[in-house]
Design a protein. Structure first.
Length: 569
C-alpha cells in the first residue's frame, strides 16, 4: 500500500467523490426511481474501530446528502463469535457519531427462513448441491488462479437427493463440518470466488437471537446480497476487498431473479501506527496488552471516545480522508490534527501541573489568597472567564526551571524573570536542594505592579509559564497516552516476530499532578486544554474522591505544519 500524498489532504471543499458521482447519475437517469437507500452492515463479533467510523459516516452521510435512508443491519450469521454485548456497543457507537437509523434496525437472522428458501430455489434450478468434502478438501480442490479446481464427487447429485440432504441438514441430522451446500458455478473460473463457493454450513451453536432454532447458517457472501435485495437497498457500499466478490454477489441475484442492488467498493481506512484487524484487536484485549476494548490506546470508537475524541472530529476526519478507489495509508497525525481543530474551538482552557516543583514567593503576604481572572477560551468569547486562586505558594512544571540554562532557555532560572499566566512577573532568587543535590523548592519574588501578567514599565519578559496555587490545588491522576505501536506499519511483521512485539512500552504513563480547584465537579467525558500541555478528557472512572484525566493529544500539530509548508503558507 502507498501513503497518500499531502496534497490530497488539503482543507479544501472538494466535489462529489466517485460513489456520489455514481449515485447522482443514477438519480439523473431515475434508476431505482430516484431513491437512495444504503445500509451499514456490521458483524456483531467485536467492537467497532475507526475504519468502521469511516464506513458509518459514508453510508449514513450519503443517505442524508441525497434525502435517502440508511439501515443498520447486523450480519449475524456466525453464532460462534457473536454476542448481544457487541450489538449494543455498535448501536451506541453509531448513535454517538450522530446518526439515527430510525425504525430500520435489521438482522440477517431476520431473513433466515427466506434465505433458506432461496437456497432451495437454487437447488431446484440445479445451481446448488450438497458436498460431503471437509473444509480442507474443498480448499485444496479449489485449485489456484492459474490452475482449474477439481469438481466435488458430489457435484452431480440429483436435485431430489440434494433437497433431501439439505432438509436433513436443517433438522440436525449431521454433525458440524460433515456437509455443506455449495453453489454450482464454474470450477475453472479465473475468479476463485466463483469456484463452487459454500453457501451453507452446519454449526450447532446457540444464536444470540434465534437461540437453537437453526443449526445451519448461510455464509456471508450468500446472506449479504440477498439481505440487500430484501431491504431494497439501492447502493451497497463495501470496502475494496469485496470487489472480487461482486461477480458472485451479482450471480446470486441473477439466478434467484430478485431485486438487484448495486455493489460499489471503496478503499478501507488504514492508519499508521495502528492495527485494524478485529482478530488482532481481540488479541490485544485477551493477552492483557491493553485494559479492554475501550482502552484509550485502542483505535476502537469506544476507546477513542474515552480518550477524548469527539464525534465531530471523527466525522471531520472521515471527510478529510475522502473516498478512494485504491488502498492507501493515512498518517495518524491527520486524525490528531482533526481532534485538535475541534477541541481548540470547544475546550475550556485550564491550568494543570504534571511534574510539580514548589515555588515560594517570598515577598507575597502569607495567608492571603486572591482571585485572578482567566479566559476560558480565546477562540470563543461567549465561553466567558473564570476565577483562579493565587497565593504565596505555587507549583510550576519542573521543566520550566533550569539552574544552569543554555542561551536559548527563556523560562525560569536564577536571576531571570518570567510571567505567570494571568498573574504576575516573578524572579528566581534562591534554589533549595535536598541532601542528594536535587532541587526541591524555589524562592522567588514578584512584582505587584505586574498584576494580570502586564508589564508595568514596558520591560520585556520572554516567557510565560503556567502554575497552580499550592493551597487550593486538586490532586489528580493523569494518564499520558501515546501511540500503542513503535512501528509505523505494525501489520508488516518481520519473520519470526508477532505484531505484539512492536508495542510501545511507553504508550501509557500514569503520574500524579495538580489541577485548578473548580475541576472538582468536572463530569466524565468533559474536555479541557491544559495550557501549554495538551488536551485532556475526564475519564469515565473519575470521581470526587479521585480525579482522573486522560491525555487526548498533545498541543504540537505536526500535520498542520506539514500542510502549511507544502502549500506555502
Amino acid at each position: 500500500m502507498e501513503t497518500n500524498s499531502i496534497e490530497t489532504r488539503k482543507d479544501k471543499k472538494s466535489g462529489p467523490n466517485f460513489i456520489h458521482q455514481i449515485i447522482e447519475e443514477d438519480i439523473r437517469t431515475n434508476k431505482y426511481g430516484g431513491r437512495v437507500h444504503t445500509r451499514f452492515p456490521p458483524e456483531p463479533n467485536g467492537y467497532l474501530h475507526i475504519g468502521h467510523a469511516k464506513s458509518i459516516c459514508l453510508n449514513f452521510g450519503t443517505a442524508e446528502k441525497y434525502n435517502g435512508l440508511c439501515n443498520l443491519r447486523f450480519d449475524d450469521t456466525n453464532p460462534a463469535k457473536e454476542e448481544t454485548e457487541y450489538v449494543e456497543s455498535i448501536k451506541e457507537d453509531v448513535r454517538w457519531l450522530g446518526f439515527d437509523w430510525g425504525e430500520r434496525e435489521y438482522y440477517a437472522s431476520d431473513y433466515f427462513e427466506r434465505l433458506y428458501e432461496y437456497a432451495v430455489k437454487l437447488i431446484k434450478k440445479g445451481k446448488a448441491y450438497i458436498c460431503d468434502m471437509s473444509a480442507e478438501e474443498i480448499s485444496t480442490n479449489r485449485g489456484t488462479p492459474s490452475k482449474p479446481g477439481i469438481e466435488s464427487p458430489s457435484r452431480n447429485r440429483s436435485v431430489d437427493e440434494n433437497l433431501t440432504l439439505f432438509e436433513q441438514m436443517r433438522t440436525g441430522k449431521f454433525p458440524d463440518g460433515s456437509k455443506v451446500l455449495r453453489a454450482k458455478i464454474d470450477m475453472a473460473s479465473p475468479n476463485m470466488h466463483l469456484r463452487d463457493p459454500v453457501i451453507y454450513r452446519i454449526l450447532h451453536a446457540e444464536h444470540h437471537r434465534t437461540e437453537n432454532k437453526w443449526c445451519i447458517y448461510p455464509m456471508y457472501d450468500f446472506a449479504h446480497g440477498q439481505s440487500d435485495s430484501i431491504e431494497r437497498i439501492t447502493h451497497s457500499i463495501c470496502t475494496l476487498e469485496f470487489e472480487v466478490h461482486r461477480p458472485l454477489y451479482d450471480w446470486f441475484i441473477r439466478e434467484l431473479e430478485i431485486y438487484a442492488p448495486q455493489q460499489i467498493e471503496f478503499a478501507r481506512l488504514n492508519l499508521t501506527y495502528t492495527v485494524m484487524s478485529k482478530r488482532k484487536l481481540l488479541d490485544l484485549v485477551q493477552n492483557g496488552s491493553v485494559k479492554g476494548w475501550d482502552d484509550p490506546r485502542m483505535p476502537t470508537i469506544c476507546g477513542l471516545r474515552r480518550r477524548g475524541y469527539t464525534p465531530e472530529s471523527l466525522r471531520a476526519f472521515s471527510e478529510k480522508v475522502g473516498v478512494a478507489k485504491r488502498e492507501n495509508v493515512i498518517d495518524v497525525a491527520l486524525l490528531e490534527h482533526c481532534i485538535r481543530e475541534d477541541l481548540n474551538k470547544r475546550a475550556i482552557r485550564v491550568m494543570g501541573v504534571l511534574n510539580p516543583l514548589k515555588v515560594i514567593i517570598t515577598n507575597y503576604p502569607e495567608g492571603v489568597t486572591e482571585n485572578l481572572t482567566a479566559i476560558n477560551n480565546p477562540e470563543d468569547e461567549s465561553m466567558g472567564t473564570r476565577q483562579i486562586p493565587f497565593s504565596r505558594d505555587i507549583y510550576i512544571e519542573k521543566e520550566d526551571f533550569m539552574e544552569n540554562p543554555p542561551k536559548q532557555f527563556f523560562r525560569l532560572s536564577p536571576g531571570n524573570e518570567v510571567r505567570l499566566r494571568y498573574a504576575y512577573f516573578i524572579k528566581c532568587t534562591d534554589v533549595v536542594k535536598n541532601q542528594n543535590g536535587e532541587i526541591i523548592e524555589l524562592h522567588c519574588t514578584y512584582d505587584p505592579a505586574s498584576k494580570g501578567g502586564k508589564s508595568p514599565d514596558g520591560r520585556v519578559v520572554k516567557s510565560t509559564i503556567h502554575w497552580i496555587s499550592a493551597h487550593s490545588a486538586l490532586k489528580a491522576e493523569i494518564l499520558l497516552y501515546d501511540r500503542l505501536f513503535l512501528k509505523e506499519a505494525p501489520d508488516e511483521v518481520e519473520e519470526g516476530k508477532n505484531f505484539i512485539g512492536y508495542i510501545n512500552p511507553d504508550s501509557l504513563k500514569i503520574i500524579t499532578g495538580f489541577v485548578e480547584p473548580w475541576l472538582h465537579d468536572a463530569k466524565p467525558e468533559s474536555k479541557y486544554q491544559f495550557e501549554r500541555l495538551g488536551y485532556f478528557c475526564v475519564d469515565k472512572d473519575s470521581s470526587h474522591e479521585k480525579l482522573i484525566f486522560n491525555r487526548t493529544v498533545t498541543l504540537k500539530d505536526t500535520w498542520a505544519k506539514i500542510i502549511k509548508k507544502r502549500i506555502g503558507k
